[in-house]
Design a protein around this ligand. Structure first.
Ligand code: SAM
Ligand code: SF4
Length: 323
């Protein structure tokens, strides 16, 4: 699949649920209303949709949310999708808050998942509770340890928050180095109404310059097909990535589209353009009609987002489209 700007679309991110057991301040409002369960695609429908994307050339699938591992029976979807590995699909992965990892790490490894992203913004218990509102740090650390034991490669996603965790970049880099994890720093993106976003926004260009005073950061051509730009940290042998949608736009190399748990295909995280795939799917049109609907979406992929801090780019929260 090639979009109007010549970008090959080979990466599908699937938000399997908009629900979550945490309420991170930059992602969700405390009193979020969620979709009625009847609006959700079944796991079997999600698998059929993913299969159509794989037929059309998607080689990488990432499950996200909301929290993917809180969806009931999600492991059956993961096992089902695992069957496509080596059969068109090259990588099956997920982004998780880690709360359910202790339970599922083994199942993930058995299904063919090789690497995962775990979101962790701080190693300080009190701060963790305040950022996630409902989360417990010890539970996440146990989950991460279980995933490591299963041999899953782990990348830690840390949203950089001014005045909240900006004193912890060194600590996190050291910890990741010791544990053998890559670290990826993320700038907050203006999605959905939440509190304090403007005060906490931090430009990662400044963070990188500051880190370079204490760490030897070497340019790296490592790329995962994602928006992060990586550097090698000579002292630890691990990598640090920077996702900088605001201070450096990454759209020119975008290779992805995003599917929500209701079957809406969003062509861009920061734009409203969307195609409803549920109708074709429920009409039993898994073949040509569904593929034509997917192609219509790809043909409408916008050139890029226009995130600016201080203005909500899209009203939907990150948990709807899946970050
Ligand atoms: N619940 C899972 C988790 O937290 O990893 C998966 C979904 S979460 C929406 C995916 C990623 O988006 C997380 O790393 C989270 O930190 C990030 N995220 C959420 N809201 C964001 C925002 N407004 N700006 C930047 N990153 C955000
Ligand atoms: Fe939940 Fe992930 Fe959003 Fe936090 S960032 S509220 S863990 S979906």
């Amino acid at each position: 699949m090639i979009d109007p700007f010549g970008r090959h679309i080979s990466y599908l991110r699937v938000s399997v649920t908009d629900r979550c057991d945490f309420r991170c301040g930059y992602c969700m409002a405390e009193d979020m209303s969620f979709l009625p369960k009847s609006d959700l695609l079944s796991l079997e429908e999600l698998e059929r949709l993913c299969a159509a994307f794989i037929r059309l050339g998607v080689t990488k699938l990432r499950l996200t949310g909301g929290e993917p591992l809180v969806r009931r029976n999600v492991m059956s979807l993961i096992e089902g999708l695992g069957q496509y590995l080596g059969n068109g699909l090259e990588e099956l992965t997920l982004t998780t808050n880690g709360s359910q990892l202790a339970k599922h790490a083994n199942g993930l490894a058995m299904a063919g998942v090789r690497r995962i992203n775990v979101s962790l913004d701080t190693l300080n218990e009190a701060k963790f509770s305040s950022i996630t509102r409902w989360g417990r740090l010890s539970q996440v650390l146990e989950g991460i340890a279980a995933a490591k034991t299963e041999g899953l490669a782990i990348k830690i996603n840390m949203v950089a928050l001014k005045g909240v965790n900006d004193d912890e970049f060194d600590i996190m880099l050291e910890w990741c180095g010791r544990e053998g994890f890559d670290l990826c720093l993320i700038e907050t993106m203006p999605m959905g109404e939440v509190t304090h976003r403007e005060e906490t926004h931090l430009a990662l260009s400044e963070v990188r310059a500051d880190l370079a005073r204490r760490w030897t950061l070497r340019a790296s051509d490592y790329a995962t097909g994602g928006p992060a730009r990586y550097m090698e940290v000579a002292e630890t042998g691990q990598r640090i990535g920077f996702i900088t949608p605001l201070s450096h736009n990454f759209c020119e190399s975008c290779n992805r589209v995003r599917l929500t748990c209701t079957g809406t295909l969003y062509m861009c995280l920061g734009q409203e353009d969307a195609v409803d795939l549920r109708k074709s799917l429920r009409a039993g049109q898994d073949g040509e009609a569904l593929e034509a609907a997917i192609r219509r979406g790809i043909a409408a992929k916008p050139k890029g987002h226009d995130f600016v801090i201080g203005r909500v780019a899209v009203p939907r929260h990150m948990s709807v489209t899946g970050g």
